[in-house]
Design a protein around this ligand. Sequence first.
Ligand SMILES: O=C(O)c1ccccc1NCC(=O)[C@H](O)[C@H](O)COP(=O)(O)O
Length: 402
Amino acid sequence: MEGVMSVRTSSSRIPLDSFRCFDSRPRFPIARSFISISMDLQRLNPFSVSCVGAQQSNSKDASATLSPTISDPEGNALKIKEWEVGRLQDEVAASQGIRIRRRPPTGPPLHYVGPFEFRIQNEDNTPRNILEEIIWHKDVEISQLKERRPLHVLKKALDNTPPTRDFVGALRASYEKTRLPGLIAEVKKASPSRGVLREGFDAVEIARAYEKGGAACLSVLTDEKYFQGSFENLEAIRNAGIKCPLLCKEFVVDAWQIYYARVKGADAVLLIASVLPDLDIGYMIKICKILGLATLVEVHDEREMDRVLGIEGIELIGINNRDLETFNVDISNTRKLLEGRRGQLIREKEIIVVGESGLFTPADIAYVQEAGVKAVLVGESLIKQSDPGKGIANLFGKDISQ
Ligand SMILES: O=C(O)c1ccccc1NCC(=O)[C@H](O)[C@H](O)COP(=O)(O)O
């Protein structure tokens, strides 16, 4: 049936292009190859074309279920616009060298046709790497969460949240006191690259141990699917009386998440330059400032660093030594990105640089400090120790808790 270009309605044949079809959680036009397969399936299930978004019908006449444009022209026009905006977003991002696409260009690979479920994969609906997979999943997750707790509800909840703590101030104070990089210790149960890092994980207990061991701030992973984290952990740590300011370690793709993080007790949020275009970063920084949140803007290569240095209002830049597309970790990345005029500009702007990932020994800490960082973000090497708080002394080569 490949190559079928039209479907039959009761009155006429309509070219598929005029349908702009959508799946059952409609966001994306469904690829033409999918339509032809669904047409094929009609022999098994006469209602199968209803997958294009029209209402299900009990009629044996497939024509009754065909046209979404006929059943809901306005809703459909809106979805088409949404999809077009998504494509435009990806084009703008690509022009800034961003390879991560915000959502699959031709829709998710999983489709439901009546009782059948299919996976039709092609390069437009298959993520190119783990980061892209996480972002596509996040996009769907956020649109569902937003339906349950719309922005106006979150804004109301803000009235009852306590004030934020000074994340950047805590890092500066720690550096002034110890003359060592201020530690952001990460509450991290698992990761896509390393699997489960700690069994019997108690987020509050770990957070307490980190604070006791001398961490200036904590980073709490909130992604459930890939890191086994949660907003419940963030909230529980915040409510347990821990004083260290908290970074909400999320994959932010929508400003709604910033409000949500604030309501759940965050003092800072992460923005990833390989995912977000400059305008989004600038806009999100402004929202964070209004909400009293700090932003840690993360880069991995020179191009991202140059983009971020051109954005207003940056206070903290994280250099991730982990390539989130390949998982390669190389701490010399921190030094590379701080060499020459980039390091000079950072010093002039008094931006604090955070060295992130792959730090295990006092020599690693000394290396990134020498390169110019005033803070470090550490997960694996601490979380794997039986007492993560004591792990801090091992990492720095001395007790930094006093
Ligand atoms: O850690 C991963 O496997 C990972 C995969 C995909 C996206 C992000 C990922 N990690 C986030 C981080 O960068 C780290 O959690 C953080 O910098 C701490 O790193 P480490 O000390 O190496 O645990």
